[in-house]
Design a protein. Structure first.
Lengths: 408, 503
């Protein structure tokens, strides 16, 4: 029996090669020629090239790009960025000792050997934001990392301690019960049990941080970092009321940098988001409009034109796939769905490259095809984000982790 | 009897199917059998009695029967295509209604080869229930049928759910109409079986129950013949006790057909005297009824094929397979049966040693071995076949093969190969007008015509506007909508999120 069909065999061999071979030994200089080079930074280049040297982008422009080891594709885009991958960060990784484990770092719990990273690479995703899971109100540091390369934090981290994770809504309070008929010191009786309680825990933490600036509690120092604008706050907010709460808290404490994650119903409040300068990471689209956090089973309505509507209003938007196993739900398909809802191709491309890079402050390294940036590139069989196109090649820091030459 | 009920309800002109697999059968059988066959395998027409003419104009016609036509015209008269060609070739009847325009792409309707949606409940508690008919369960106002039109699906084969041993008889419908009679295209069509265990059973008891159903049929027929031999007129009297009229072909007996096993003396039994529970299974053994055999894993495939061989219905078997069944693709190819691929296009498993994720693109595996397959949207994240076809192309399937798998192949599986599946003169006037390439992510179904009648217009699709723009237009109701907060929702469906994270 023939074990694997062509496109998928290449994924496996390509990915395992990348894991096995140390970056020093792997080739990281190429010339990529494509019918269309989408840089995510200005106009598309028809019949262009991207030159890669020592893991960085060395040249981009029209024409053939001269000699060297040539890879060909119908289209090339920057490596895709997903700020909501949720790999290895489910409830078992949630610290239960407090509702505000602010000083914890998700980097300490990431499983870099998970097979799910390879799934991201196959889908063209080269950079992700990993955050603690959302069962705490203030959940700790998130980290920006590459999806491939040597499986060490040093090897993969693009920006450690990149965001502070917060969560609104019912998830941090779900599973908690009022101390009725049980000892108040009972494990579950301790935490907030309502949306109001969640908001209060957030507010109290910030009051504590502001009340005594001399307090050297490291947790409060981290909150002051967010108020000083050195650390963005990434807030999970699925429902409209959670979107509003997050923005009101931002304005109340003067937190300069905040973006919302899984903001399914943000499309109902574009003006509020513009007023407060808050960006949005949308959860994966569904065909029936309903989406769920998969934890509390609350359903939210994500209109298909959400991305288009928010973009038109001037809200920075990013798309995410939540590490979907289903090939029809991965990040390139989310961009396609956003286009189905009326978003232009250019804006859809930015929503999976430059916009998310800006939200977490790594746009100097990734997010566009520009000379000097990391050579994270995706090669496509046709127009990107169409269902009828696929990712045929991926370069990560100039190393070929999915090889387009095995395609034919 | 189901056949009697049909002839009552379907007083509209019934058109026999030319490509019916019954054709060869008919020539061998004497006349009463022919009449019976006609009434069983009748195609009811939505447009019969009408003589309305419709002209559809499109900037591009994808006929799926040869070349595309640029700047084309389709003329539909009395429900069927009477002319198709470019603007300067085709004469447009002066009295025809005209829809379409140069901005549209015309495409034959998609055909769902197998579905168990649109029913009150898709599964039956009784293990062996061929006496039931899905027509009693199909809900014409189910949101699913509205969704079919929205996605350009013009025919659906509705069969019982997979959680059965032997299920109910199915039917092919057009997803439009307020009554089941308006919807019926091929009533009393097909029978569902499952080689995968019904809930509460093991694979062994499932296999035994399947074999036993046919064993019971055989014993029943033998006992009936013996009783008739012992006492002439026994069968006819039994039928009358059970309230069944024996007239016309029902009063006639005929020898047992089929190729597998025979009960001698069956010609002595009036066909109308055969028990309702047994009759559909007898149809199966005689090769007169399509079987949709569900296989939820590769291990189920040989069991299904063996049962089909033992009882002579392999030539009328369609396997409904889950994505893991690609591992049995060689067996499927050898048996020469077509399949409906239900669910994901990609089979995902973990390598037992390295832990890496292995993804197998199933349509490639089937195509390589020459297995004829239809794609299905059952168990997919959407009830849209354009999406499945486009995704299949994205994953590496040839474009023509992908288009065939949602049009021509399902049409043939349903015995409708000469009626639907492409745009040709003589075929039914089932046409979808897309705003662009039917497989592009930015294209929408703008108009759907079924048998010459426009049944969907996106500009009037309130529900679609809601999905797209999120705003519930005032004064509109949404199916199942009791969620005051969002005013959304149709039937409750299993959500995506198949990921195994955290398990």
């Amino acid at each position: 029996m023939k074990p694997l069909s062509m496109p998928f065999r290449l994924f496996l061999s390509g990915v395992s090669l990348a894991l096995a071979v140390s970056p020093a030994a792997a080739q990281d200089s190429w010339v990529i020629r494509a019918d269309a080079v989408y840089t995510a930074d200005g106009e598309a280049i028809e019949g262009g090239f991207v030159a890669v040297s020592d893991g960085k982008i060395a040249g981009v422009g029209p024409g053939s790009g001269g000699g060297g080891d040539v890879l060909e594709a119908a289209a090339v885009t920057p490596g895709l960025i997903d700020l909501s991958v949720r790999i290895g960060t489910r409830e078992f990784s949630v610290e239960q000792s407090t509702e505000t484990p602010i000083e914890l770092d998700v980097a300490d719990t990431l499983d870099l050997f998970s097979y799910r990273w390879a799934r991201e690479l196959r889908s063209g995703v080269t950079t992700v934001l990993a955050t603690p899971y959302d069962n705490a109100v203030l959940g700790g540091y998130g980290t920006v990392l590459k999806t491939g390369g040597e499986p060490t934090l040093e090897g993969r981290t693009l920006k450690g301690k990149a965001v502070l994770r917060a969560s609104m809504g019912s998830q941090p309070s779900s599973g908690n019960y009022p101390p009725r008929g049980t000892s108040p010191s009972n494990f579950y009786a301790r935490r907030p049990t309502t949306r109001m309680g969640v908001e209060w825990v957030f507010r109290k933490s910030y009051y504590d941080a502001l009340a005594d600036e001399q307090n050297d509690d490291p947790r409060l120092a981290i909150l002051r970092e967010t108020i000083q604008g050195n650390l963005p706050v990434a807030v999970q907010a699925w429902a409209t009321q959670d979107v509003r709460t997050a923005v009101y808290l931002k304005e109340e404490f003067g937190i300069p940098r905040m973006f919302l994650d899984a903001a399914a119903e943000a499309w109902k409040e574009p003006a509020l988001l513009v007023r407060s300068g808050v960006g949005v990471v949308l959860p994966p689209f569904s065909f029936e409009g309903r989406v769920s956090d998969g934890y509390t089973n609350a359903e939210h309505f994500l209109a298909l034109d959400s991305a288009a509507k928010l973009h038109a209003a001037g809200v920075p938007i990013a798309l995410s796939a939540h590490n979907a196993m289903d090939v029809g739900s991965r990040l390139p398909r989310q961009a396609g769905m956003a286009m189905r809802g009326g978003l232009s191709f250019e804006a859809a491309l930015a929503a999976v490259t430059l916009e998310p890079a800006r939200m977490v402050g790594v746009e100097d390294r990734v997010g566009t095809i520009e000379v000097g940036k990391d050579a994270d590139l995706v090669l496509w069989s046709g127009k990107p984000f169409e269902l009828t196109s696929r990712v045929i090649g991926v370069l990560l820091d100039g190393v070929l982790v999915v090889d387009p030459r095995e395609e034919q | 009897m189901a056949t009697a009920r049909q002839s009552e309800n379907h007083s509209t002109t019934s058109v026999p199917l030319e490509d019916n697999p019954m054709k060869a059968f008919r020539s061998r059988i004497f006349r009463p059998a022919l009449v019976c066959a006609l009434s069983t395998f009748a195609l009811s027409s939505v447009a019969s009695g009408q003589s309305e003419k419709l002209v559809i104009e499109a900037g591009r016609i994808m006929t799926l029967a040869g070349e595309d036509i640029a700047d084309g015209v389709i003329v539909i008269d009395n429900g069927r295509i009477t002319a198709i060609g470019s603007q300067d070739e085709v004469e447009k009847p002066w009295d025809a209604q005209v829809i379409g325009g140069p901005e549209f792409t015309a495409f034959p309707g998609f055909i769902e080869a197998h579905s168990y949606r649109g029913m009150d409940r898709p599964n039956e508690n009784v293990d062996v229930a061929p006496f039931l008919d899905v027509r009693d369960s199909v809900d014409p106002v189910a949101y699913y049928f509205e969704d079919c039109l929205r996605w350009g699906i013009t025919n659906v084969n509705i069969q019982q759910g997979n959680n059965c041993v032997i299920g109910a008889r199915g039917m092919v419908v057009r997803p439009t109409g307020m009554t089941i009679e308006e919807m019926a295209v091929r009533p009393n069509f097909g029978l569902k079986m499952s080689a995968s265990p019904k809930s509460g059973k093991s694979r062994a008891t499932q296999a035994q129950s399947l074999r036993e159903a046919f064993g019971e049929l055989r014993r029943y027929l033998e006992d009936l013949v013996q009783a008739e031999k012992d006492e002439k007129g026994f069968a006819a009297r039994e039928a009358m006790f059970q309230g069944r009229e024996l007239d016309g072909e029902k009063a006639e007996g005929r020898p047992m057909g089929g190729t597998a096993w025979k009960v001698e003396g069956l010609e002595m039994i009036p066909r109308g005297a055969i028990d309702e529970k047994m009759e559909p299974l007898l149809d199966v053994v005689e090769g007169r009824r399509q079987v949709f055999f569900y296989c939820g894993g590769p291990t189920d495939v040989p069991r299904a094929l063996d049962l089909a061989r033992e009882n002579g219905f392999l030539p009328r078997t369609v396997l409904v397979i889950d994505e893991s069944c690609w591992k049995a693709a060689d067996l499927i190819a050898e048996a020469g049966v077509p399949v409906v691929l239900e669910g994901s296009l990609v089979h995902t498993e973990r390598d037992a040693i390295t832990g890496e994720e292995i993804e197998t693109f199933v349509p490639d595996e089937l195509a390589e071995r020459g297995v004829r397959f239809a794609l299905s949207s059952e168990n997919a994240s959407t009830s849209s076949l354009w999406y499945q076809a486009a995704l299949a192309i994205g994953l590496g399937l040839d474009r023509d093969a992908a288009l065939e798998a949602v049009t021509r192949v399902p049409a043939e599986i349903l015995g409708l190969g000469k009626e639907v599946g492409s745009l040709e003169v003589g075929k039914l006037g089932n046409v979808c007008l897309f705003s662009g390439d039917p497989l592009s992510v930015t294209s929408w179904v703008e108009h759907v015509v079924i048998e010459g009648r426009e049944v969907y217009d996106r500009s009037e699709d309130v529900r679609n506007r809601h999905l797209l723009e999120g705003v519930q237009p005032a004064g509109t109701a949404v199916p199942g909508g009791d969620d005051a907060e969002h005013g959304v929702h149709g039937e409750s469906r299993e959500k995506g999120g198949k990921d195994e994270e955290g398990k």
